[in-house]
Design a protein around this ligand. Sequence first.
Ligand code: HEM
Length: 233
Amino acid sequence: MKYVDVKNTLGKHFCVGSFSIILAVLLNYFSEAGLSTAFARVSFFLLFLTLIIGPIMRLRKPKKEFSVFKKPWTWRGELGIWFFITALLHFYFAMKHDFIGGSLINALGGGIGGGGLGIANLLGLIALVLSLILTITSFNKVIKYLGMESWKWVQSFTYVVFYLVFGHLIYFQFFTTHGSGPDWFGYTSVVMFLVVLVLQILAFFKTVKESRGEREEEQEKPKEENKSEKKKD
Ligand code: HEM
């Protein structure tokens, strides 16, 4: 079975969308996160979920008893699209806020002028542009148009987005005076990063093991066929 999500449904969009907005509002209300930070954190969490589903499915076969989440991979498209929407909201609120002076030139110029702020913003911007491409190619009609192989190749860039966003957030959490230094989110995001990395490595080894097994089986087949032919002679 191939764990590919080629069909996005309105019901799932409603679930993921309301979950994302409620989570951002709760983060904004109960922790001291501003709207930009709240949407940034939700966005990172959605990206994390999108990325762990694939390797988990490769490592473990789904159990039948799971009802709603029986097919977790079918949520990937909706999670990915809402990751982009919340990232866009984060960008909008960050631009409105004083720390990037309301101008993209200012945002990117910070790094060239000295600090790493411009580089961090640039990483975020590249991630956002790549995410736009990933989102456009997540709609049913586009998937059909591209064909499965090309679509899969494009989607593999999700990992690139993840590593860019991780660099972006680590800068703000650990290397700036923005906020009061690393907080619970900073440390949680490092754990989330390690989870994605380990799952990716384990899934890779499983794929290697399986394809080696298949190749060995194929190599043994002709030998057995030869033996049985000789017996007949
Ligand atoms: C895929 C796109 C993006 C994602 C997923 C993302 C995610 C994040 C995350 C998780 C943080 C850390 C928040 C925290 O410390 O709690 C952050 C901070 C920040 N990001 Fe982004 N970001 C993206 C794009 C951008 C872009 C394009 C810009 C502006 C050019 C930007 C500007 C900022 C700024 C100024 C902060 C520090 C202030 C804050 O916490 O909001 N980000 N981002």
